[in-house]
Design a protein. Structure first.
Ligand code: NAD
Ligand code: AKB
Length: 310
């Protein structure tokens, strides 16, 4: 029987739904608690309604299940955050403080909190963006993620909190829908290609962004959380890389499977966000510290996405 009990906060989202499934396989059905804002009628495992901003209820749930690790996934993503800046700042920061404080007080032992490539900004070197570089994000989301990274490192240094983090690229998967990001087009395009054989992209044709298949994102997350503490040398957040492509390149890959597929481009406000982010990422620290290596490239991901969505 596992000695760990995990609480996933924000478990109904794009990452949470898949992560919960994986963690239940590893730790057992009864050792993973999913929590999110809404009541669910038919949850897949143990489920609690929780607003992460309600610290008292979060502590009560932690105590009820003897939770040892929290995966904090509740956040507003880049596109939504630009529409609701105050709410985004409040959720992205206060939610993190509530969880870090629980670890500082010794109520939980380990915290996972994802950062994002959004911590970089227009003055960052765009190609093969290093782990340590200029960081001047100009989106609310990126600013909150960078501040969050600084607090994670602070809580580690000052209070010995075992917090671990990854700067995810745009994530793509077939099991769950994305929730308000700039990279969401790379999921929608597969659904539209199968359903309507055409897609109107909200980013321009040559906008290269770092992306990753969900399989790899979950592999990275679980490897980092399993790594011996002494190997986790970066306590702000790790760069990781999967692949990098433009809307045109993903469309060309889809056309190999669906020759009649067409794409058109109508950039909107998300173009400005994408233009401020890296095109590709250097992940050598993650590789050196805990052996990170992705399994999927664009061609392999496209095969898998289309096969499963069909
Ligand atoms: P998502 O928007 O799909 O899911 C977030 C979940 O949090 C939702 O189910 C939502 O109901 C829940 N939530 C919102 N407010 C809450 C609150 N107050 N209390 C409890 N739950 C609340 O997001 P995601 O894509 O699964 O992302 C999870 C984390 O990973 C976020 O921190 C995000 O910034 C980060 N991330 C995601 C990506 C990506 O491409 N998906 C990339 C980089 C970083
Ligand atoms: C978004 O587009 O906001 C996310 C991210 C890269 O953080 N997918």
């Amino acid at each position: 029987m596992s000695s760990e009990t995990i609480l996933i906060i924000g478990a109904n989202g794009q990452i949470g739904l898949e992560l919960a499934e994986n963690l239940r396989t590893i730790y057992g059905e009864n050792n993973v608690v999913s929590a999110d804002l809404k009541d669910l009628n038919n949850p897949h495992g143990i489920y609690e309604r929780l607003d992460v901003l309600d610290k008292e209820r979060m502590y009560a749930i932690i105590k009820k299940y003897n939770v040892t690790q929290v995966y904090l996934l509740a956040a507003l993503l880049s596109a939504t955050a630009e529409q609701k800046p105050k709410a985004a700042w409040n959720l992205n920061m206060e939610g993190l403080f509530n969880v870090l404080d629980a670890a500082k007080e010794g109520i939980i032992k380990k915290v996972y909190w994802p950062s994002s490539i959004a911590v970089f900004g227009p003055t960052t070197p765009r190609v093969n963006t290093p782990q340590y570089t200029v960081m001047e994000p100009n989106t609310i989301y990126g600013i909150s993620k960078l501040a969050g990274e600084r607090f994670c490192e602070y809580y580690f240094q000052k209070y010995n909190v075992d917090v671990r983090s990854i700067r995810y690229p745009g994530l793509i998967g077939w099991k769950s829908a994305p929730g308000g990001g700039t990279t969401d087009y790379a999921v929608h395009i597969y659904h539209e290609a199968l359903k309507n054989k055409t897609y109107e992209c909200f980013l321009s044709e040559q906008t290269a962004l770092p992306m990753m298949y969900m399989h790899d994102a979950l592999k990275a997350t679980i490897s980092l959380m399993d790594a011996p503490a002494e190997n986790v040398k970066i306590r702000s957040s790790y760069n990781i890389s999967g692949m990098s492509f433009t809307p045109k390149q993903i469309a060309d890959e889809i056309k190999k499977h669906i020759p009649e597929f067409t794409i058109s481009y109508k950039p909107d406000f998300r173009q400005t966000i994408a233009d401020s982010w890296p095109a590709s990422i250097d992940d050598s620290y993650a590789n050196k510290d805990w052996g990170w290596k992705p399994d999927f490239d664009l061609a392999k991901m496209t095969d898998d996405m289309l096969m499963n969505l069909k």
